[in-house]
Write a protein that binds this ligand. Structure first.
Ligand code: NAP
Ligand code: MG
Length: 497
């Protein structure tokens, strides 16, 4: 039986964080320009339509810099620059030289890790603990890993083939892991010898723009990576551009669908990393306290702005009350606040629009009959924040059980038998990730085999490694990022003569 000797404290006693001295990270390491242009063909260029928009610190709501609003003519220029680099200096760069450049990018990211972490938290709202310990180290790890592949590509695909680059690649990324998503996209593309036009998300362009300094210092030739900031229109122009050979998109399922339509007209190759509503299955023989930590990590990592967040918790009925009680007690201890404070567990919601969406979905959940439990500690009085939230009494027909919230909101459901767990876990159009907690190894295999998800974690959650392919199925998209499988999307295989 599970050890219940360490009963959680009563909720009331755990509601305040009194006694924690603030430990804010200094922002002095970051130098912000007032205004950022587009990075095209190895130079900064003003946007063709002469418009800039503010990027905001979501923890204060205040603008911190102006970002160029790229549009279709800028995408044309960036694609032309990428093509010229593909046919010119990048084609003349040997695979082993590419490898050295990627290795240098990784080292420079490590050297400037604190600067990147502070800037990421400032622009995007994520806790410094995570940008420092997860986003930046993993971004560097992706460049290190792919530096190793750059001069071994012919061996990656089983022999008898040459792995050729695809050409000019358009990459469109979201705001939840801005630098990390740029690294996931750029590292394999460059390792395989492609050139890139990257479109960061509107609310979080700054770390991609800082990365330009690293790329230059690492010796990447002009035009190999071009960065066109801007809104969805710039992304749409890139997705539909006839000069692009491949599109790699990470973002919402809705936009993913429109991109698939656009590439149908151009014939560009495509990979889509889309949304999710991942099931996290807790069997009654799971180690309870560890599983509670797994659930915490599954839903409250990065404010729940995680495509593979374990947002549907399925707990076996016999332990559901005990488990939920401990989870609620643990939730009450999460510290919500200044993203730059090293004590902070939950930072700011990335934008006012996202906060409105989270708020609305929670109201709908209540109106449909689910019960809301939230932390009660005061939230900061400015910026965009949302308290960690659990819904119990959730039915599979509730919208909170099927729609992606993309916020710190967990839907808890119960099941009686493993078969029922599988049926409930698979009752969603998505198929990105899933988790299973049990002490029984055979049950892990039985469950993982039946879950319809691209990634299944067992007795852990949200683990990422550049050597391990990540990606979804069904409404969560197709294609893999990371590992040898992630390289597939960036090469054309030709028979060796
Ligand atoms: P989004 O609205 O789809 O935006 C993603 C990117 O596409 C942004 O750069 C966005 O630009 C751009 N965009 C918007 N409209 C476009 C259009 N019509 N054509 C081309 N590009 C367009 O998604 P988001 O809200 O930023 O990110 C959250 C979503 O990403 C969630 O659904 C999450 O699950 C998913 N996600 C998936 C993964 C994965 O690996 N599967 C990883 C992370 C996130 P703007 O920023 O200017 O709108
Ligand atoms: Mg911002």
């Amino acid at each position: 039986m599970n050890d219940r000797s360490a009963e959680p404290e009563p909720l009331a006693a755990a509601q305040t964080f009194a006694g924690y001295a603030p430990a804010p990270e200094s922002t002095s390491i970051v130098t912000l320009a007032d205004r950022y242009d587009l990075w095209i063909g190895g130079e900064w260029r003003p946007p063709s339509e002469g418009r800039w928009f503010p990027t905001v610190n979501p923890a204060s709501g205040e603008p911190i810099a102006e970002i160029a609003e790229g549009s279709a003519p800028d995408i044309d220029a960036a694609v032309a620059a990428a093509r010229a680099a593909f046919d010119g200096p990048w084609a003349a760069t040997s695979p082993s030289q590419r490898s050295r450049i990627l290795f240098r990018i990784a080292r420079l990211l490590q050297e400037r890790a604190r600067e990147f972490a502070v800037l990421e938290s400032l622009d995007g709202g994520k806790p410094i603990r995570e940008s420092r310990d997860v986003d930046v180290p993993l971004a560097a790890a992706h460049f290190f890993y792919h530096a190793g592949w750059a001069d071994k590509l012919d061996w990656a695909f089983g022999g008898g083939v040459h792995a050729r680059p695809v050409g000019v690649v358009g990459q469109i990324i979201p705001w939840n892991f801005p630098l990390l998503m740029a690294a996931w996209k750029l590292a394999p593309a460059l390792a395989a010898g492609n050139t890139v036009v990257l479109k960061p998300a509107e609310t979080t362009s700054l770390t991609a723009l800082l990365l330009v300094e690293v790329l230059r210092e690492a010796g990447l030739p002009a035009g190999v990576v071009n960065i066109v900031t801007g809104g969805g229109d710039a992304g749409a122009a890139l997705a539909a551009h006839p000069g692009v050979d491949k599109i790699a998109f990470t973002g919402s399922t809705e936009v993913g669908r429109s991109i698939r339509r656009a590439t149908a007209a151009t014939g560009a190759r495509l990979t889509l990393e889309l949304g999710g509503k991942s099931a996290h299955v807790i069997y009654d023989d799971a180690p309870l306290d560890q599983a509670v930590e797994g659930a915490v990590q599954g839903i409250w990592f990065n404010q729940g702005h995680v495509c593979c967040a374990g947002s549907r918790l399925l707990v076996q009925e016999s332990i559901a009350d005990a488990f939920t009680e401990r989870l609620v007690a643990r939730m009450q201890r999460l510290r919500v606040g200044d993203p730059l404070d090293k004590n902070t567990d939950i930072g700011a919601i990335n934008s006012g629009a996202q906060l409105a969406r989270i708020t609305e979905l929670c109201e709908i959940a209540e109106s449909e009959g689910a019960r809301r439990v939230q932390t009660t500690a005061a939230l900061p009085d400015r910026g965009w924040f949302f308290p960690p939230t659990i819904f119990t009494g959730v039915d599979t027909s509730h919208r909170i059980a099927v729609e992606e919230v993309f916020g710190p909101v967990l839907a808890v459901m119960t099941f009686r038998t493993p078969q029922e767990a599988i049926a409930k876990a698979n009752s969603t159009p998505y198929g990105l990730a899933a988790g299973v907690w049990t002490s029984d190894g055979a049950r892990i295999l039985w469950t993982a085999e039946r879950l319809r998800a691209g990634v299944v974690w067992a007795n852990t959650y949200n683990q990422f490694d550049p050597a391990s392919p990540f990606g979804g199925m069904r409404a969560s998209g197709f294609g893999r990022e990371g590992g040898r499988q992630g390289l597939d999307a960036y090469v054309n295989l030709e028979a060796a003569s």
